[in-house]
Write a protein of this length. Structure first.
Length: 179
């Protein structure tokens, strides 16, 4: 009886932990975008230029478009973005597949940044930057940067281990009562 109970718990634990492994594999699978954007800082000051670098090692010499857009609800006309005078700019990657540029935002809030090819297909994840006023108010205040990590796989593993522990305790109590 105890062997059956332990076998059932092991199968249950494997079933609970398998989706967490699959979810983690999906985040880092072969479908990743070829470009990555790095910023001097993800919290920028309104009206001041900020720098960013785009790296696409497999696309050396290609022409790409970087687009920066206000991410808030109902963007007003004065919430413009200037990437060399426009909200989107075409850039040419060097022989290493990198290019650097600057941008300026005119209003506090969150902005999205993404790289596209000539056909409008995305080449990078969507990145978020936060614009604050010079004093750090209105629209954010230099908090911790968002890394984009998720804790779901860890929560699933923790739940599975909790169920395994409860099952083990129940099995030991049943064994003690019979013995």
């Amino acid at each position: 009886m105890l062997r059956r109970l332990i076998s059932a718990m092991a199968i249950t634990a494997a079933a609970v932990l398998a989706p967490a492994t699959a979810a983690a594999a999906d985040e880092y699978g072969p479908g990743e975008f070829p470009c990555e954007i790095t910023f001097e800082s993800t919290t920028v000051t309104v009206g001041e230029p900020f720098g960013f670098t785009i790296t696409c090692p497999d696309l050396a010499g290609a022409t790409i478009t970087v687009q920066i857009a206000f991410a808030g609800e109902a963007a007003a006309a004065d919430q413009t973005v200037e990437v060399a005078g426009a909200d989107a700019e075409s850039l040419t990657l060097d022989e290493d597949g990198t290019v650097s540029s600057t941008a300026t935002v005119s209003a506090p809030g969150d902005y999205t940044v993404q790289v596209f090819d000539d056909d409008g297909n995305p080449l990078s994840d969507v990145y978020t930057i936060t614009a604050v006023t010079a004093g750090g108010g209105a629209g954010g205040g230099g908090g911790l940067a968002a890394t984009g990590s998720t804790s779901l796989p860890y929560l699933v593993v923790a739940g599975g281990l909790l169920l395994l522990g409860v099952g083990t305790l129940l099995a030991l109590r049943m064994r003690a009562r019979r013995g």
